[in-house]
Design a protein around this ligand. Structure first.
Ligand code: NAP
Length: 299
């Protein structure tokens, strides 16, 4: 019999805390990164019951973990246990990646970086001078608006079913963007308003951050069936299950360039790994792993 010698006393420990965690795909990505990089490390999901977050974090710290990811429902609650929080995690009010250094905990949010790297790779385009419409005003929209503004977009319009949430988002994010001289976010009256339609028709990039169209409600779309895309528009959906949402299928019919959220999921995980291991991994080194991961997600 072949012995499994992969884990030993010197193995670096990383993981994920959340609840539920049964369907997470992060271990596949992170353990493949350890193998690819030839680093003796392991990533394990840990289901943390309600009310036990503090105990779980103390346990991971005391056990010598190098770092861990945080997922639903603890991304906001975790902040109170951290010694230092990155600007981005402060802005978003949520951390998804924690690095342990000595007895200190450092919090980061890798969603924005992951999105930007994925968008550039998947669409071969950037945001410099672009008019961008973001559908949705939840946590993901907030992470993306700030990142896209700092990437040089000319105008960002946040369009949400509940307009009050878009207003709240723009007030919070604009406070920071204005101070740094980036473009301001505007928000029209609602998904079906005339202003929203005009912004959608005129923009270069449409990004869906709503959960409309996500499995199992695959017949949903944030835009109406009769919405007319322009073929020059890029349409990005942060949803990766299904691989082609109804929105992306609609856009494809008009000849638009489209991409789904598999790349974002991949690169937010890569960024977490880079933070823990203190190393940047060049895109070229990630190419085979990225396509294997995207294929795995689609199975
Ligand atoms: P969230 O904070 O709960 O926000 C959900 C947003 O979707 C809200 O703006 C909500 O509008 C809108 N919405 C929900 N159902 C809708 C419908 N039927 N029509 C129109 N709008 C609808 O969620 P989140 O954390 O931002 O996540 C949003 C999506 O991003 C999820 O599908 C999630 O899986 C995906 N995601 C992907 C990645 C990745 O790596 N690819 C990372 C993070 C999240 P109201 O305000 O009107 O309720």
């Amino acid at each position: 019999m072949q012995l499994d010698t992969r884990v030993g006393g010197k193995t670096k420990l990383t993981g994920l805390i959340g609840n539920p965690i049964e369907h997470t795909v992060s271990p596949v990505l992170q353990n493949s990164l350890f193998s690819m990089m030839g680093i003796d490390g392991i990533y394990i999901p840990v289901k943390v019951p309600q009310g036990k977050l503090g105990d779980a974090i103390c346990g991971l710290k005391a056990s010598g973990f190098t770092g861990f990811n945080v997922t639903i429902p603890y991304k906001e609650e975790v902040l109170q246990f951290l010694d230092d929080i990155s600007d981005e995690a402060v802005l978003l009010g949520a951390a998804n990646t924690i690095r342990v250094s000595g007895d200190k905990l450092y919090g980061y949010n890798t969603d924005g970086d992951g999105f930007l790297r994925a968008f550039r790779e998947q669409t071969e385009s950037g945001f410099e001078g672009k008019l961008v419409c973001i559908l949705g005003a939840g946590g993901t929209a907030r992470a993306l608006t700030a990142k896209i503004a700092t990437a040089g977009a000319e105008r960002i319009t946040v369009i949400n079913r509940t307009p009050e949430r878009a207003q709240e988002l723009s007030v919070n994010v604009n406070r920071i963007l204005e101070a740094r001289g980036f473009c301001k976010i505007t928000e029209p009256a609602g998904l079906d308003s005339r202003e929203a339609l005009a912004a959608l028709e005129a923009c270069d990039v449409i990004i869906n951050t709503t959960s409309a169209g996500m499995y199992p409600k695959v017949d949903n779309s944030p835009l109406k069936d009769d919405f007319r895309f322009r073929s020059e528009q890029i349409v990005y959906d942060v949803i990766y299950n299904p691989a082609e949402t109804k929105l992306l299928a609609q856009a494809k019919q008009f000849g638009c360039r489209t991409a789904n959220g598999a790349g974002m999921l991949f690169y937010q995980g890569v960024r977490a790994f880079e933070i823990w291991m203190g190393t940047d991994i060049p895109d070229i080194k990630l190419r085979d792993l990225s396509s294997a991961f995207v294929k795995y997600l689609a199975e």
